[in-house]
Design a protein around this ligand. Sequence first.
Ligand SMILES: *[C@@H]1O[C@H](CO)[C@@H](O)[C@H](O)[C@H]1NC(C)=O
Ligand SMILES: *[C@@H]1O[C@H](CO)[C@@H](O)[C@H](O)[C@H]1NC(C)=O
Ligand SMILES: *[C@@H]1O[C@H](CO)[C@@H](O)[C@H](O)[C@H]1NC(C)=O
Ligand SMILES: *[C@@H]1O[C@H](CO)[C@@H](O)[C@H](O)[C@H]1NC(C)=O
Ligand SMILES: *[C@@H]1O[C@H](CO)[C@@H](O)[C@H](O)[C@H]1NC(C)=O
Length: 388
Amino acid sequence: MFNHQRQELLLNWDLLLEFLILLALFNNRTFFIVFLLCNEAIRPSKGAEVLCEKVIAKHNASQHVLRVFMYDLPPEFHFGLLDWKPEGSNVWPDIRTNVPTYPGGLNLQHSIEYWLTLDLLFSEYSGSSKSRIALRVRNSSEADVIFVPFFSSLSYNRFSRLRKQERSSFDKLTQDKLVQYIEAQEEWKKSGGNQLWPAMFILSDFGRYPPNIANVQKDIIAPYRHVIKSFVNDTSTYDSRPILLFFQGAIYRKDGGVIRQELYYLLKDEKDVHFTFGSIQRGGVNNATQGMHSSKFCLNIAGDTPSSNRLFDAIASHCVPVIISDDIELPYEDIIDYSEFLHFCSVLARMNWTRMWRKLQEIEKYFEYRYPSSDDDAVQMIWKSHST
Ligand SMILES: *[C@@H]1O[C@H](CO)[C@@H](O)[C@H](O)[C@H]1NC(C)=O
Ligand SMILES: *[C@@H]1O[C@H](CO)[C@@H](O)[C@H](O)[C@H]1NC(C)=O
Ligand SMILES: *[C@@H]1O[C@H](CO)[C@@H](O)[C@H](O)[C@H]1NC(C)=O
Ligand SMILES: *[C@@H]1O[C@H](CO)[C@@H](O)[C@H](O)[C@H]1NC(C)=O
Ligand SMILES: *[C@@H]1O[C@H](CO)[C@@H](O)[C@H](O)[C@H]1NC(C)=O
């Protein structure tokens, strides 16, 4: 009776793609990747193909180089957080000779603002602007958008803890200072902004913000940078990857969803299924890399935030992502007998793994953050999603 609903719980790559295309149609600023996916004719079904036509038409109507005005924020908001010391009155490093490095490990997941800032700085040196997606302009009235180069994730990750005798953390103080700075700028006043509302954020998900601050109508979702190492020269075959299904994460979700626990109890004794718990810790990156590079499928259960970093790790590993999203599972929790998931593994085995593995290698470039940025890498994709 509930058969087809159960099928829907198992989202494979094709369905994910259709979902993204739909999202792109409803929301101007969603992943630009959709356009590129469509262009490369990775079209899983008739439905997706029709949707793709619409996405491409929409894109055709809106193409141009994005002109970005960037505030010359004091270094304490950006490269200063990377322990870069300014020389003289320069607020920016001379990136032709010295590119300050971003701390590794899990910090890298949230390094989007660093790559975008580097790209804007570089746009002034890169000669021809022909292949450029975004260009820094010095006059804000010529800009399409105004970029605030605050390395907020780093500030949060490193400095949000209260130290002895502090009333406010360094991060909180820095944020307050930033708001003061922005509110004092001409551009802000001209835009009529008297609260944070008109600002557009680049985010990994909407899980942490109230909807009046961040929402899908105005903001841009950017991929996490993967922490798992890229699989260079991957010559895997279905049989050469010994683990059928790999999962790494917390079993218990914050808001008490059922699916994680159920899946865990059902799958933990299955042959060739690998569960590890908690987030990847610093020293565990190598282990996790080995695990994901050796797995056919990587399970991605959307947890407390809709976009899990694990998806991007799976893509970098060419491990076919299997996504189970809360948005889909929650309505069914009361009616579905989750023991049906015992069939889970046999469903996986029937998928055309090789086809999906190839697709992953075609699309992984869209998720790479690079400096200097290159065609259709994550940096360019994020700028492109501003221009639509
Ligand atoms: C988009 O533009 C390209 C190149 O100009 C054209 O070949 C294509 O037919 C257009 N697609 C749509 C759906 O308008
Ligand atoms: C900035 O651009 C506007 C519009 O193009 C122009 O009127 C203005 O003079 C420019 N300002 C400067 C300082 O160049
Ligand atoms: C990948 O293959 C290329 C060409 O065979 C080789 O030059 C490169 O060193 C290999 N890279 C790795 C990480 O194995
Ligand atoms: C890495 O993997 C090995 C073997 O699978 C295991 O013994 C070790 O505890 C793992 N280390 C970490 C940090 O997870
Ligand atoms: C899987 O996909 C590949 C590439 O598209 C194709 O060559 C192959 O025939 C497919 N295999 C099956 C069993 O459908």
